[in-house]
Design a protein around this ligand. Structure first.
Ligand code: PBG
Length: 327
């Protein structure tokens, strides 16, 4: 056979395969989502997310240590408050759970970069991501609450804020309030391309944030749409986002590539709770090889164009990278 071009030539040896590898993965690109809950002596496993816990602040240090040991240096903080009300007031309380956790982590001296999720759904009694007006989430009224929340996180010491509510104009509104208060150097990571997804199921159980009525389709995007995702991303670039995010990750890698090609901002992909739960459940039954699947999922997100990867497997991934299982 006279074959000049033989793609297999570059696949013949492990050293060579690694040499010509197109996607390289680094621990510095990993972000670990962490749930903090108001109360004492809490380390409660999340039912549909084996291995993931909700921690009260007095139990947080063990988790901070395990994070540092694994080599993951950034966290995305979610809060679970004791009290919820119509306006989600504990989201922007000075002694709110996220604000306290941020202060605690900073005071502990742990060299962690702290990103906070900015949203109302964990704090509202109705579970929606904003305030209601006649049974509908009121966009512009919610912006004020999001501004207050973001500002209070940053005042507590957060290094970056990540609004996940999907209200129109939130990036501009948050940028404005941060700038007005002397935080013009604090970056915003926008959950710009966030779909109304059933992959968030386990998270809502974890955060007790399932909407009490209706769904989130009035603000999160319809998963049939691609151009709408691009529109959201470009709007957030204009409003001053520093980093964009696509969420979920695994079923939305087309959007990751699309946004990567259309913008110049760093791009994050969020492998969400449902992705984690599916892997865990299948691995527990022996149907898949957890480690190999986790590596393949992460590599595919980076291959699609993600610069950052937010994952509940971040600690394991850091170890796999260290061991050369991926990278
Ligand atoms: C808050 C928020 C959600 C997630 C991140 N921020 C839930 C939702 O939008 O319903 C989901 C994260 C995950 O599933 O891992 N709005």
């Amino acid at each position: 056979m006279e074959l000049t071009i033989r793609p297999r030539r570059l696949r013949g040896n492990e050293i060579l395969r690694k040499m010509v590898r197109e996607t390289r993965v680094d621990r510095s690109a990993l972000i670990y989502p962490l749930f903090v809950e108001e109360g004492e002596n809490i380390k409660e496993e999340i039912h549909a997310m084996p291995g993931q816990y909700r921690f009260s602040i007095d139990r947080l240090d063990e988790e901070l240590e395990s994070l540092q040991k694994s080599g993951v240096s950034s966290v995305l903080l979610f809060g679970i408050p004791k009290n919820k009300d119509e306006l989600g007031s504990s989201a922007y309380a000075e002694d709110g759970i996220v604000q306290q956790a941020v202060r605690h982590i900073k005071e502990s001296g742990a060299p962690l970069y702290i990103i906070t999720d900015v949203c109302m759904c964990e704090y509202t009694s109705h579970g929606h991501c904003g305030m209601l007006c006649d049974g509908v989430v009121d966009n512009d009224g919610t912006l004020t609450l999001l501004q207050k929340t973001a500002l209070s996180h940053v005042q507590a010491g957060a290094d970056m804020v990540a609004p996940s509510d999907m209200m129109d104009g939130r990036i501009g509104a948050i940028r404005l309030i941060l700038d007005e208060n002397g935080y013009s150097m604090t970056p915003i990571m926008s959950y710009a391309v966030k779909y109304a997804s059933s992959f968030y199921g386990p998270f809502r159980e974890a955060a007790g944030s399932a909407p009490a009525f209706g769904d989130r389709k009035g603000y999160q995007m319809d998963f049939h749409n691609r151009r709408e995702g691009l529109k959201e991303a470009l709007l957030d670039v204009e409003e001053g986002a520093d980093i964009l995010m696509v969420k979920p990750a695994m079923s939305y890698l087309d959007l990751v590539r699309e946004i990567k090609d259309a913008t110049t901002l760093p791009l994050a992909a969020y492998s969400v709770s449902g992705e984690y739960a599916m892997v865990k459940a299948a691995a527990e039954r022996g149907f898949i090889d957890e480690k190999k699947i986790v590596c393949e999922m992460a590599a595919s997100a980076f291959r699609a164009g993600a610069d950052l990867y937010i994952s509940y497997f971040a600690k394991e991934l850091a170890q796999y990278i260290q061991a050369g299982d991926i990278g």
